[in-house]
Design a binder for this molecule. Structure first.
Ligand code: ACO
Length: 430
């Protein structure tokens, strides 16, 4: 059996997309309902196999400059593929840090568990480092796969619901400004403007991959039910919020009258409140479901009964992988002054990360250099990925034995250095 891992050539792009489960009408996510799914059933039925025209459109995307595909060949046949997208994530600062976003990953069922994904992953890590991307990231189809490659959850998301009758606001006055239900084309125009303002300040948000905004307003994507679009303007007429929502039809009486908020972004607290006031009080609805929202949703604090907003699922969202430790740690900013030495004992796929590192941070900047001194803490590379955006607790990771302190106070110190407020959040994957 001859195994070859290499980038895809132009003539092989259609073969590459053919290995992806969704292209064949097969599921490509674990069957357990994830926080991101908004429908009442466990998961929408798989789509139909792709048409020749769709295959060609996806193949063209594979060949785009921002897409860096690798493929696995066994005895000359393309049996697996994975790709990285060159994107940027907002790190504390806020600073935009380039990363390789792993996507479009699959190995055909007959060739799994032979190390083909591992081979492609290594090739993608090496290429990302050459492009100067200190991080890799992905959304995981299953929780047990990607830890072994050095990825670890760095952001979380929640699905919540709220009975319309319980959505009573502490301040019932609607803020000045206007709300308008618009068509898909107007929402398509609003999304990039609003997202860009939020991305520049919200840690965890991502630059959109090409086609992102077309897909977001595409009715064929996501759960069923016609898509509706809401935009909001402030008292001066400046656009400051946009949301996509649906009222899915269901044969089950318990699911009828549910308004699903697929996507929601607001630039100001007024826009945020005005839009939720409308969406939580739509005539002929009973319940509001928001499938993929931050854990720390301000809406809870606007309600007279904060308990009315019930988190019904929560899950990891973005998984991060530190590819270049000093590059990543000096790319983000810190709002405290501190000095810490951190030891990484193992990193088979990125051995240059192994060693003891002295991290010196201040609001003016950070340095990260090798040192021979005794470390304050030892941790795995996964834990550093989880800490990086400031969303995960160092104390919890220490409690799990993933971070080992070597002096009193070291865990509190690293928590203070990395923590961010509000929680990092990415409103979409890739
Ligand atoms: C980022 C995204 O794109 S998410 C979408 C991922 N795609 C899918 O889930 C589609 C369905 N699954 C698949 O196509 C394949 O199972 C893949 C792509 C997930 C894995 O491909 P493989 O070539 O089988 O992985 P590979 O053999 O390199 O596995 C490396 C290690 O991960 C483990 N592993 C791989 N897949 C899984 C899994 N689904 N569950 C648990 N462990 C797994 C292997 O056992 C192996 O373990 P080891 O390091 O202890 O030996």
């Amino acid at each position: 059996m001859k195994i070859e891992i290499r980038p895809v050539e132009r003539s092989e792009a259609v073969d590459y997309v053919k290995v992806l489960p969704y292209v064949n009408g097969m599921p490509n996510w674990e069957p357990a309902p994830s926080a991101g799914h908004g429908g009442p059933e466990a998961w929408p039925p798989p789509r139909k196999p792709a048409t020749g025209q769709q295959l060609q459109a996806w193949a063209d995307e594979v060949l785009d400059d921002y897409f860096h595909p690798q493929a696995a060949f066994v005895d000359g046949k393309l049996v697996g593929g994975s790709a990285m997208l060159s994107l940027a994530i907002t790190a504390p600062g806020p600073r935009a840090v380039p990363f390789g976003g792993v996507t479009a990953t699959a190995v055909i069922a007959t060739h799994r568990r032979r190390g083909l994904l591992r081979g492609m992953m290594q090739a993608m890590f090496d290429e990302a480092l050459e492009r100067g991307e200190p991080l890799a990231a992905l959304s995981a189809s299953e929780g047990s796969i990607y830890g072994r490659f050095g990825f670890s959850p760095a952001t979380m998301r929640a699905r919540w619901d709220l009975e319309r009758s319980d959505a009573r606001f502490i301040d019932p006055e609607s803020p000045a400004g206007s709300l308008e239900l618009v068509d898909a084309a107007a929402a398509r125009q609003a999304w990039p403007q609003i997202h860009e303002q939020i991305r520049q300040r919200q840690v965890g948000e991502l630059t959109p991959q090409p086609g992102r905004w077309d897909r977001l307003s595409d009715e064929a994507v996501g759960t069923d039910g016609p898509m509706r679009y809401l935009v909001r303007r402030d008292a001066h007429g400046t656009l400051d919020g946009v949301a996509n929502f649906r009222l899915p039809w269901s044969a089950l009486p318990e699911h009828t009258g549910t308004l699903v908020v697929d996507a929601f972004q607001a630039v100001t607290p007024d826009a945020y409140r005005a839009m939720w006031m409308l969406l939580t009080d739509f005539d002929l609805t009973r319940k509001i479901v928001a499938p993929s929202r931050p854990m720390d949703e301000p809406l809870r604090w606007m309600l007279r009964d904060p308990r009315a907003m019930r988190i019904t699922r929560q899950s990891d969202n973005l998984w991060l992988r530190i590819l270049d430790l000093p590059g990543a740690l000096t790319a983000r900013a810190y709002d405290t002054t501190a000095e810490l030495t951190v030891a990484i004992e193992h990193d088979a796929m990125c051995p240059h990360n192994v060693g003891t590192w002295r991290l010196a941070v201040s609001p003016e900047g950070a340095t990260c250099t090798r040192t021979d001194t005794r470390p304050d803490l030892t941790m795995d590379i996964q834990s550093l990925g989880s800490l990086y955006l400031g969303g995960m607790s160092a104390a919890v990771l220490a409690g799990a034995g993933r971070i080992r302190p070597h002096r009193p106070g070291a865990v509190t110190d690293i928590a203070r250095v990395f923590r961010a407020d509000p929680e990092p959040f990415n409103s979409f994957g890739f």
